[in-house]
Write a protein that binds this ligand. Structure first.
Ligand SMILES: NC(=O)c1ccc[n+]([C@@H]2O[C@H](COP(=O)([O-])OP(=O)(O)OC[C@H]3O[C@@H](n4cnc5c(N)ncnc54)[C@H](OP(=O)(O)O)[C@@H]3O)[C@@H](O)[C@H]2O)c1
Length: 206
């Protein structure tokens, strides 16, 4: 398969590229550090990316930012940023990408554990993650030509916890998280939220 990975330079995106590349042609894109650039917060940038790409069999997104801060300090701008970037950025990758994905191909988006296990400071992130999961379930019903739409909801990643100076033990290594993306790309499921687990078999949340 020819697979576009957006967010290819990130902790999760790099691991997804490594996991897919032995069996597939992987095209790497990101906002600053990839040869192929896209800013998913800008719909015209997504349109230009798809125009440059031509046909792909799958699009994986491990990109998108949302603001983490106490609810009382989150400003209008923080919500607007989070919605335009991680939420609408990935929604638009699907909406604007349907015509670029081959019959039976698929999209794999990224939400995150804070959708269902919030913590103080996660209001904007939890909002965006939950929105992505609702969007994917609904978009899968209307996707044309057998195109599939799924979301991976990663737990905390070991490498991220380590980089933040936190206890890495509750985390899951990025390479293990990446296996769930591979299963979403290569499998037949659609409209599902896949949660990477320690034994690498994703649990499905209906
Ligand atoms: N790591 C975790 O523990 C964890 C857990 C749950 C959910 N998640 C979610 O998983 C996703 C990836 O996380 P990560 O830790 O791998 O992030 P990361 O290491 O910070 O990497 C983010 C990647 O996304 C790209 N990117 C960011 N904003 C973009 C934009 N507007 N347009 C296009 N590309 C953009 C970056 O590109 P450049 O490098 O070129 O700027 C980079 O490739 C995030 O949405 C995060 O919320 C992560």
């Amino acid at each position: 398969m020819r697979i576009l990975v957006v967010g290819a330079t990130g902790t999760i995106g790099r691991a997804v590229c490594d996991a897919l590349s032995p069996r597939h042609e992987v095209v790497r894109a990101s906002r600053h550090r990839s040869a192929l650039r896209v800013d998913i917060a800008q719909p015209d940038s997504i349109r230009a990316l798809y125009q440059a790409m031509g046909r792909v069999d799958a699009v994986v997104s491990a990109a998108g930012e949302a603001r983490f801060a106490p609810l009382s300090t989150l400003r209008d701008e923080d919500f607007a940023f989070s919605l335009a970037n991680k939420l609408m950025g990935q929604v638009n990758l699907v909406r604007l990408g349907f015509d670029s994905v081959s019959d039976g191909g698929g999209f794999v988006l990224t939400s995150g554990v804070l959708a269902r296990s919030p913590m103080p400071g996660s209001a904007a992130v939890s909002l965006v993650n939950a929105g992505l999961e609702g969007f994917a379930r609904a978009a899968a019903l209307e996707a044309p030509r057998g195109v599939r739409v799924n979301v991976v909801s990663p737990p905390w990643v070991t490498e991220t916890l380590r980089a933040l100076g936190m206890d890495p033990r509750p985390g899951l290594p990025a390479a293990q998280v990446a296996q769930t993306y591979v299963q979403a790309v290569e499998g037949r499921q659609t409209g599902e939220v896949l949660e990477p687990k320690k034994d690498s078999r994703p649990a499905t949340r209906l």
